[in-house]
Design a protein around this ligand. Structure first.
Ligand SMILES: [Zn+2]
Length: 111
């Protein structure tokens, strides 16, 4: 059931479920300089609800970059691709770290 707003209890559950790691880039909130936030996987502007299934724990950078997008243009195929959904997909199937662990590398069109 959808809530009118993201409650503090929902925020705590989302953060704990993610173990305080950004669900998009896997950076740790323990070492971030800016607070992590609850992000709507399907943005509210396009009907996304305040349900735990639609919420992800996100760093400021990922949340700002994703904003209200639900898809992006694949730079290789030039076709629209749905963005990663941490509730329905596995991060390791779509992303990896660079050898020096400084960058997240997309492995699939979604990633
Ligand atoms: Zn992130």
């Amino acid at each position: 059931m959808a809530s009118e707003r993201v409650t503090e209890a929902m925020r705590r559950i989302v953060a704990a479920r993610a173990q305080n790691y950004c669900e998009y880039c896997r950076c740790s909130g323990d070492f971030a300089t800016e607070s992590f936030t609850v992000e709507h996987i399907k943005p509210r502007q396009v009907g996304g609800e305040n349900t735990l299934e639609n919420l992800a724990w996100s760093c400021f950078g990922c949340n700002s970059h994703k904003h209200t997008k639900t898809y992006s243009i694949d730079p290789i195929t030039k076709q629209p691709e749905a963005l990663f959904n941490p509730r329905q997909q596995f991060w390791n199937e779509h992303f990896s770290w660079s050898s020096d662990k400084s960058e997240v590398i997309g492995k699939t069109p979604c990633g």
